[in-house]
Design a protein around this ligand. Structure first.
Ligand code: NAP
Ligand code: MG
Length: 349
């Protein structure tokens, strides 16, 4: 189990701390052209970096990457030809692809990079001698990484070095972070373990699992009590975005300042009853399962045995009443029609 770090001043890097010249004359292979891959590859290219996208033959994204003006090759060829290899395929698929197409072609002096610490932290990929291993993990979905880069904004990221054969792995990772726009917002130094563990915990307890369960339970409570599902949808799902936007801009304080005093008082008295000591105890248990590797073992076994539980749960959740009610209501909200995921270069079902 990883011990929490001593509390000390965080190390943050910005544009002035990173030197794009470190990437000059060095080819970067971006493996995968999905959510993260399409954003990294295009942002790097726009920053003047020589990029090759590595894909499997027959990938529907081969033409997509070419039409974005990028060179495309097989993962093996891209790995052979590049100095830096950024692995951007789904985490549970990385080991097989790495063993088949990347590892046999790696040589000392090259750099292997990741956008999530999963494969290294949970022992899926073993580090070869003489190769730098680093991490630049943007704290957002890939499509936002591209959109915000184009509009001269940036997304914060985490940076970490697992192996520093060259002695310059951090400088190179920071140059990479600058090239994809992250040093505009701030890049925080961490470790592979801290990034991987906090990322899994966050998506389970708060961002994905916690929030969806809270929204559904609130919706169910109102509908069971006889209120209109449409009213419950607006209240428990639609409005969440407006509340989170305020939190994003100014923390919990700006949100509490902007809502009525009635809402603020209700927040203080009801919040601790919803997330009580039992919920916090469950959060600690979830974190312990992440830290011990129990969760990653379970997920990798699920993935490798055909993902039956994932697919069944996806169907079951898709059938929840909130989804049908929401789909009808959203049809009338024309401003929601523009779906960034469907329009962006990386989106192929
Ligand atoms: P993704 O969109 O699912 O990646 C799709 C790409 O991976 C496609 O090009 C696809 O190939 C390729 N691919 C899928 N399975 C493959 C396999 N078995 N063999 C070879 N190629 C395969 O992945 P992602 O969400 O961008 O995630 C990539 C990395 O970024 C992960 O480490 C993830 O944790 C990290 N990350 C993701 C996000 C996010 O918001 N998505 C945020 C931060 C970090 P085809 O074109 O042939 O289908
Ligand atoms: Mg995350």
């Amino acid at each position: 189990m990883t011990k929490p770090r001593e509390v000390s001043a965080p190390t943050l890097f910005y544009d002035r701390d990173a030197d794009l010249a470190r990437l000059r004359g060095r080819r970067v292979a971006v493996i995968g052209f999905g959510s993260q891959g399409h954003a990294h590859a295009q942002n790097l290219a726009d920053s003047g970096v020589e990029v090759v996208v590595g894909l499997r033959p027959g990938s529907p994204r081969w033409d997509l990457a070419r039409s974005a003006g990028l060179e495309v090759a097989t993962t093996a060829d891209a790995t052979r030809s590049a100095s830096i290899i950024m692995v951007l395929v789904p985490d549970p698929d990385q080991r097989a692809l790495y063993e088949r197409e990347i590892e046999p072609h790696l040589r000392p002096g090259q750099t292997l990079m990741f956008a999530h610490g999963f494969s290294i932290r949970f022992g899926e990929i073993q580090i070869p001698e003489g190769v730098d291993v680093s991490l630049v993990a943007p704290k957002c979905p890939g499509h936002r990484l591209r959109e915000l880069f184009v509009s001269d904004e940036g997304v914060p990221a985490l940076v970490a070095v697992e192996a520093d054969a060259s002695g310059r792995a951090l400088d190179d990772a920071l140059a990479y972070a600058k090239a994809i726009g992250c040093t505009r917002a701030g890049v925080l130094l961490t470790t592979f373990a801290e990034e991987a563990e906090t990322d899994l915990f966050g998506e389970q307890a708060v961002l994905c699992g916690g929030v969806t369960a809270l929204v559904q339970a609130g919706f169910d409570t109102l509908v069971e009590a006889g209120y209109q599902p449409e009213v419950a949808y607006f209240e428990c799902l639609h409005e969440l975005k407006l509340i989170v936007d305020l939190m994003y801009r100014g923390g919990l304080g700006l949100m509490r300042y902007s809502v009525s005093d009635t809402a603020e008082y209700g927040d203080y008295v009801a919040g601790p009853r919803i997330v009580d000591e039992r919920t916090r105890e469950t959060m600690r248990a979830i974190l312990a399962e992440v830290q011990s590797g129990q969760f990653s073992r379970e997920w990798l076994a699920e993935h490798r045995s055909g993902r039956a539980r994932l697919l069944a749960e996806r169907r079951r959740q898709g059938d929840h009443q909130i989804e049908a009610v929401g789909a009808r209501l959203r049809q009338m909200m024309r401003f929601l029609a523009a779906n960034p995921t469907a329009q962006s270069a990386g989106a192929v079902a």
